[in-house]
Each structure stands twice: as structure tokens, then as C-alpha cells.
Design a binder for this molecule. Structure first.
Ligand code: KG4
Ligand code: ZN
Length: 333
């Protein structure tokens, strides 16, 4: 018998619901993005995000059921992102999930947001183990080893800024509007790597550090302005992106080699980055590594990925009671 998960994601500025069959087949996904509203402020405003989630949450759930031609009676369990994320935003999705679980007497499955990003890949192709996952989002930059479903061994992570955060910060310095990351990526493709920037934390660990690179960009722009020199934003974007892609791919390929793994998956918003996708595809081809990267729409936040992860959590009996609380920060385990 098939398992149908109703999944809910509200950890940041997307209100989303999805219905996923058996962890790999998407029956429906609805995403209401608040991006245009937050763009007026240059970034996500938590109070506005929570309020908009309240307005939208029942709409996206109803719509997801309607699109899948299902009712709550057809649903096996309810999966929800409990953290990490903006606490006020998480609470809205969590309350909706708990209410449905209580009223319809369905199991409630807590899903870690990053487990969701990882399992977005399962919607492309069933995961093969062991694998290495490169997690690159607005809040995370990590290399994780998975020997089987839902087993996450962290090899290393960022010591300071996450890679998406670094993108968003340098975007402001070169006057690229919110959302910074995708627009810097676009600019980079029209520019040339002409500025000399450092390769950050080029050591033997699997850790990353992006604050030095970010400061190098800020100082460069500042110094050029002081000298009265014109800066070329597309070239800054290209120079920055090249260093980011070089260090991410270098450490990822090293992890694959040292752990003798030939399956790589990429997770999180920055997995949408064209420079990163192209370079990883090239390196994986050369080294006979099976690479999966989610389709562009499933790199950034959505409930489909939460439904995919939720299925495996459910199979492992990871079921919460109605005391489940939202967590702004939480380790993936
Ligand atoms: O995974 P996500 O939607 O939210 C978090 O869980 O953090 O990731 C959002 C991050 C933002 O920092 C955004 O600027 C970045 O992913 N991002 C990109 C691209 N698309 C999204 N960064 C670089 N290149 C992109 N194409
Ligand atoms: Zn995310």
C-alpha cells in the first residue's frame, strides 16, 4: 500500500504544501513566495514573513489537496519543517500541521529543513548509498556522509558565513538588489575573473570559511572607490563566484576520494548556482562520480522536499507528539 505524505514548509519566506507518494513521486506542490514583498526592504523581515504565512497557510494546503485530487482521508501522515529557520515562520507551519494531525488523527513527522534539501534529490532519482552531500544554502554550508537513508555524518562545515549568506552580502556591496544570490550568479556569467581574490580556507579539512572572501570583496570595492576607479560589478561577481566554486568543488571531490564514494548529491538554494552546477558536472564526469542536483525549482525552499524526507523519517518511526516545538537552530541528526 502506498504512503501519502502531506508536507508543510514555512521556515523562511515561502509558504508551501505538497503531497508526496512513497518518498519519490510528487502529486502536487504549491509554493506562495513572499519574495516581492521582502524585496522592498532588501531582505526578509521576520514579522512580515510570519503574518504572510498566517494568511497563506490554509490556502496552500487546500490547493495542494485539490491539485492532487485528494482529501485528508487519503493522507497517511503529516510532515512539517520544525527547524531550523525563523521561529515565527516555523511556528505557523507547525501549528497547522499539529492541528491537522490532531483533528484527522494522523501521525506527525518532524523534518529538519536540511534533511528536506537533501531529499529533494530523491525526487530526481532514488538515492544510492554511500553518498556525499554538499549542502549549500542561505544558512548552511556542509559536507555530509550518508551510509544509508537518514544517516547524516557531518564531515565539515562553515566556520563563519554560509555560502548563500556571503552571496547576499556581496550583492549589496555591488548594488545588486535582493535576492542577491541568483542575480550575482547571473552577473558572473557576463563577467570575467579579473580581480585577484583569496581562495578561502584552502586546507586539509572539510571546513569552509567565507567571511575572509566577503571582506576581500568589500575592501576591494571600497579601495577602488576611494581611488576614484570605476568598479565592474560583473567582473567582481565572476571573480567571487570562481573562488567560491573552486573551494566548494575542491573539498567535495577530496571527500569523495578519501571516503571512496562515487555518489554525490547537492542540496540547498545555492545548488541553483549555474557556475557550481557546471563545474561539478564536469568534475563528476571526469571522475566517474554519479551526480544528482535537484531541478532549479526544488533547490530553494519548497514542501516537496519535506515530503520526500518525511517519508523516510516516517518509515523509521520518527513520529512526534503534539508537544513538538519549533527550533530556530538544531543539528541535523
Ligand atoms: O535553501 P534556501 O532557499 O534557503 C535556506 O534554507 O537558506 O537558500 C537561499 C539562499 C540565499 O542565500 C540565496 O541568495 C541563495 O540561496 N541562492 C543562490 C542562487 N539561488 C539561490 N546563490 C547563488 N547562486 C544562485 N543561483
Ligand atoms: Zn532552505
Amino acid at each position: 500500500m502506498s504512503t501519502y505524505i502531506l508536507a508543510i514548509e514555512t521556515s523562511c519566506d515561502e509558504t508551501s504544501a505538497s503531497i508526496i507518494k512513497d518518498g519519490h513521486t510528487e502529486l502536487s506542490t504549491v509554493i506562495l513566495s513572499q519574495m516581492d514583498t521582502h524585496a522592498n526592504y532588501g531582505g526578509v523581515v521576520p514579522e512580515i514573513a510570519s503574518r504572510m504565512h498566517v494568511e497563506n497557510i490554509t490556502l496552500v494546503i487546500d490547493e495542494a489537496l485539490k491539485k492532487a485530487n485528494m482529501t485528508m482521508d487519503d493522507i497517511t501522515a503529516i510532515a512539517v519543517t520544525y527547524g531550523p529557520g525563523l521561529i515565527g515562520s516555523l511556528l505557523i507551519g507547525l501549528m497547522a500541521a499539529k492541528t491537522l494531525a490532531f483533528v484527522y488523527n494522523k501521525p506527525l513527522i518532524p523534518v529538519h529543513h536540511i534533511a528536506g534539501h537533501i531529499y529533494a534529490n530523491n525526487l530526481v532519482k532514488p538515492l544510492s548509498f554511500p553518498l556525499i552531500t554538499l549542502v549549500v544554502s542561505g544558512g548552511h554550508t556542509e559536507l555530509i556522509y550518508m551510509k544509508e537513508d537518514y544517516s547524516f555524518e557531518k564531515l565539515g562545515g562553515t566556520l563563519d558565513d554560509a555560502v548563500g549568506e556571503a552571496y547576499d552580502k556581496i550583492a549589496r556591496v555591488i548594488n545588486v538588489p535582493y535576492p542577491g544570490g541568483p542575480l550575482v550568479d547571473k552577473l558572473a556569467h557576463n563577467g570575467k575573473d579579473t580581480y585577484s581574490l583569496p581562495l578561502p580556507l584552502d586546507d586539509n579539512s572539510y571546513n569552509f570559511s567565507f567571511s575572509g572572501l566577503k571582506s576581500a570583496v568589500i575592501n576591494l570595492v571600497h579601495n577602488e572607490k576611494q581611488r576614484g576607479n570605476e568598479i565592474i560589478p560583473a567582473n567582481i561577481a565572476a571573480s567571487f563566484q570562481n573562488k567560491v566554486v573552486e573551494i566548494l568543488t575542491k573539498k567535495t571531490m577530496k571527500a569523495l576520494q578519501n571516503y571512496d564514494v562515487n555518489n554525490l548529491i547537492v542540496a540547498g538554494g545555492v545548488a541553483a548556482n549555474r557556475g557550481l552546477r557546471e563545474r561539478l558536472t564536469e568534475l563528476c564526469d571526469q571522475n566517474n562520480v554519479n551526480l544528482i542536483i535537484p531541478d532549479l525549482n526544488y533547490c530553494t525552499d519548497n514542501a516537496a522536499m519535506i515530503g520526500a524526507a518525511g517519508y523516510y523519517a516516517y518509515k523509521l518511526g520518527r513520529i512526534a507528539d503534539l508537544n513538538l516545538n519549533a527550533k530556530a537552530n538544531d543539528e541535523l541528526k
